[in-house]
Design a protein around this ligand. Structure first.
Ligand code: DGL
Length: 281
């Protein structure tokens, strides 16, 4: 059983990609809706809440967890993997959504999707990152891209209006205006130069991906986080067969928040209504 964690319902966009790519696996999803959005929280709060959520998923019997939240992956994951996990849950693994995107954009060998023209994504020289404020402030995308491909220049843009607008069912016009505002702000910092690739570094942004595609200059490659994460998880399981207990079962959905309200919101992110239960513990 593979755990999938997010601050709320946004990680369902990632889960959908995982279920599509790995239909033979069973997944258990946990949304920390009682404390979402993480984009409004401090790094210490995000670390503490992520740790508590991972404990819940380990308590449900997971040995491998995908942190499908960019904010939690960017802010807390490295520290959790280094300081806490080996001590608290030896033999268990937690992976995030940030590194797969970085590997895709820098062209590190495994799980690197090719651009439509067959050009490796590693050919990018300027990469735009759109994300929540804590993700941008963590510098994690810049740091991880820099480690693998220091020649790539990374331009970041925090988009604090987008998550609340998407969750509260903002109108198409309001969403378009917010995306255009964020893209314009980023392009102002590149003096109008188009990036080669753009990372939508937040679980919610696949829902407005066509708006980003329309607002960005033509030819910018948009990386799809659900597809990239799914390809990366497939490769990870091939390298760690001990963590790949393939016994198909329908996914289960837990939340720390009110199950009915969360199920209503979740349908928009997953494309169908899901039976959420209150998380144990
Ligand atoms: N899941 C978060 C992310 O991917 C977005 C929602 C939030 O701020 O909690 O960054």
């Amino acid at each position: 059983m593979i755990g999938v964690f997010d601050s709320g319902v946004g990680g369902l966009t990632i889960l959908r990609g995982l279920v599509r790519e790995l239909p033979g696996r069973s997944f258990v999803y946990l949304g920390d809706n009682a404390h979402a959005p993480y984009g409004d929280r401090s790094p210490e709060e995000i670390y503490r809440l992520t740790l508590a959520a991972l404990e819940r998923l380990f308590g449900l019997g997971c040995r491998l967890i995908v942190v499908a939240c960019n904010t939690a992956s960017a802010v807390g994951l490295r520290r959790l993997q280094q300081d806490w996990l080996p001590r608290a849950h030896p033999g268990c693994r937690v992976i995030g959504v940030l590194v797969p995107m970085v590997e895709a954009v820098t062209g590190v060998p495994w799980s690197v999707p090719l651009a439509p023209a067959g050009r490796p994504l590693g050919a990018a020289r300027t990469v735009a990152v759109f994300a929540t404020r804590p993700t941008v402030e963590s510098g994690a995308f810049v740091r991880e891209i820099g480690k693998r491909a220091p020649e790539i220049s990374v331009v970041q843009q925090a988009c604090p209006r987008l998550v609340p607008l998407i969750e509260h069912g903002g109108s198409a016009a309001a969403l378009r205006e917010a995306v255009e505002h964020d893209v314009d702000a980023l392009l102002a910092r590149t003096h109008g130069a188009a990036p080669d690739a753009a990372i939508l570094g937040c679980t919610h942004y696949p829902l407005v991906q066509p708006l980003f595609a329309a607002a960005l200059p033509a030819g910018v490659r948009l990386l799809s986080q659900p597809a990239v994460t799914a390809a990366s998880l497939r490769a990870y399981l091939a390298r760690h067969p001990d963590l790949d207990a393939a016994h198909p079962a329908p996914a289960r959905f837990y939340t720390t928040g009110p199950a009915d309200a969360v199920a209503g919101l979740a349908a928009r992110f997953y494309g169908q209504r899901l039976a959420f239960q209150r998380a144990p513990g």
